[in-house]
Design a protein around this ligand. Structure first.
Ligand SMILES: [Fe+2]
Length: 178
């Protein structure tokens, strides 16, 4: 077990910012912080923070079972349903959610004043997320080991090679075509 941070305090953890100016259909701009993980049990805890600038994380879906707790502001999720429609979800500070494995793809951003979210992920097979392009193709998986290795090396997990050299790009969202 590895504990990176002793506090959930957004003012004391190490934040890494992800910006991807190549995204055409939505803005990718967010921050994340690794709090701790446990490889044998498939556990990873992290923080996700959005400014109130419309920035999202990459288009993704959670493969791990996920506890979500909104610490500050709001979390806005646009979830692609199996029938092709979009379900919009808004969670406010203090809201709690629990999702099982094999969740639906979505885009994620903060509210008008931004948002900070605790994500506690339980991955039975070690896979945390899958990422997709705007056509929902070119699926890429991100495991706990890949996430931690990227954190330790100071690069952004889940990003394309070219993006890894930039300040950021990690697991996220983009606008899902309707
Ligand atoms: Fe998500």
């Amino acid at each position: 077990m590895h504990r990176i941070s002793d506090r959930f305090d957004p003012d004391s953890v190490e934040w890494r910012r992800v910006v991807d100016s190549d995204s055409e259909d939505f803005k990718i701009d967010f921050e994340y912080s690794l709090l701790g993980y446990d490889l044998p049990s498939g556990r990873l805890d992290m923080l996700l923070r959005f400014a109130g600038n419309g920035g999202h994380c990459r288009r993704h879906r959670h493969v791990a079972s996920t506890v979500t707790l909104v610490l500050e502001g709001e979390q806005h999720v646009d979830e692609l349903q199996r029938d092709g429609t979009i379900k919009s979800i808004v969670r406010k500070a203090g809201d709690y959610a629990l999702a099982g494995i094999d969740a639906l793809p979505h885009l994620e951003r903060g509210g008008p004043e931004g948002g900070t979210v605790l994500l506690s992920l339980q991955a039975p097979d070690g896979v945390l997320f899958e990422y997709f392009d705007k056509n929902m193709k070119n699926r890429r998986s991100l495991t706990i080991e890949q996430y931690v290795d990227s954190w330790d090396r100071g690069i952004v997990p889940g990003g394309r090679k070219a993006e890894a050299a930039q300040p950021s790009v990690w697991g996220g969202f983009s606008r899902i075509p309707s």
